[in-house]
Design a protein around this ligand. Sequence first.
Ligand SMILES: [Zn+2]
Ligand SMILES: [Zn+2]
Length: 422
Amino acid sequence: MSIRVWCSGIFGLLVLSSGSAAVDPALLAKVHDWRRDFHQHPELGNRETRTAGIIAAHLQSLGLEVRTGVAHTGVVAYLRGTQERPLIALRADIDALPVKEDVDLPFASTAQTEFRGTQVNVMHACGHDAHTAILLGVASALAARKDTLKGSVMFIFQPSEEGPPEGEEGGAPLMLKEGVFAPPRKPDMVVGLHVFSTMNVGTVAVRPGPFMAESDSFKILVKGVQTHGSRPWGGVDPVLAAARIVDGLQSIVSRRVDITRSPAVVSVGAINGGIRYNIIPDQVEMIGTVRSFETETRDAIWDDIRLIAGKTAEANHATAEVSFAQHTRVTRNDVPLTERLRPALGRADGVESVVEFPASTVAEDFAYFADEVPGFYYFVGSTPKGVDATTAPSNHSPKFYLDEAALGIGVSTMLSVVEEAM
Ligand SMILES: [Zn+2]
Ligand SMILES: [Zn+2]
């Protein structure tokens, strides 16, 4: 966040190679202000009321057609250019995470709220504050030259990308359910970006085809018979059965998945059971995640988890109930669209290199939009130059730090992509 970087960001955008996408330095200053304001006032998924209010007010001030309260707190706006088509949807996610910020910033978050029955701190640890501010900047720039736009733009400010609170619907699937892509406003393409710690600022990355994993969660409830810890033969020990299940699950990816074709991950994230050193409990609950890039692989892994949990429990005289939930589908970049739009990233101001990103086992609910219309999603490096991006605190870390030069790059790349798409 040095003054030097800040200035290069402003003046660089004045000489955007495309010529027609020059951004007012005052607008870029506003993007920084928005991002700092959102950063200081983060809100969890489906609760982004303050954030949504600021977004809607600004979009209305630009004269856009604005719809609020979409999928709880989402905002969708429509900008008509000189012609209706192509209609390009630009999407930003607006939610934050239950993380206690540990970055020394004047606008660091001290926000707290209630989550899963406990009081938690809230932080924009995934950088969605940046995405929101960037898209507001892009909307402003495009609205200012709508009389020359050879197409129209839909701005999607999406709540709850990280997943809705338990028992609620949310995110991209709910926005679609509520008709965001319903005709006659079904867009011709959808574009999104994510700031990412593993690359230095100046680098952007993209990958055609499947590039982010499907994310599922599983729950295994192992049931035994409670007894005294000194007399295990008097009951059925679910702790031992659970331990053997955890061990067995690790044979799925190593022995069953063709990892030369498609990577996959099975991880157990929590085990809960028992209360005292001398009581064998009646049950143990385990939760975990599966990441995969193909439906076939996903189905086979689910089957193996059921099989291993069920048979291992049985061999230990216990029982296992297994359930799954799909959180996010595989995120795919449309291959022809990616080939067409990728050069536009390289032409955008502030971009020094465009690299091909390896397939990533993180997940992103942009996947649902990109399953409906051709999608183009890219990553914007956000770690300051001179800092080793491979060891920099990652997104979701309490120490996640975004170099604000990434904001200018976010705006310039999106404008360049829109120009190319039109
Ligand atoms: Zn995230
Ligand atoms: Zn994110």
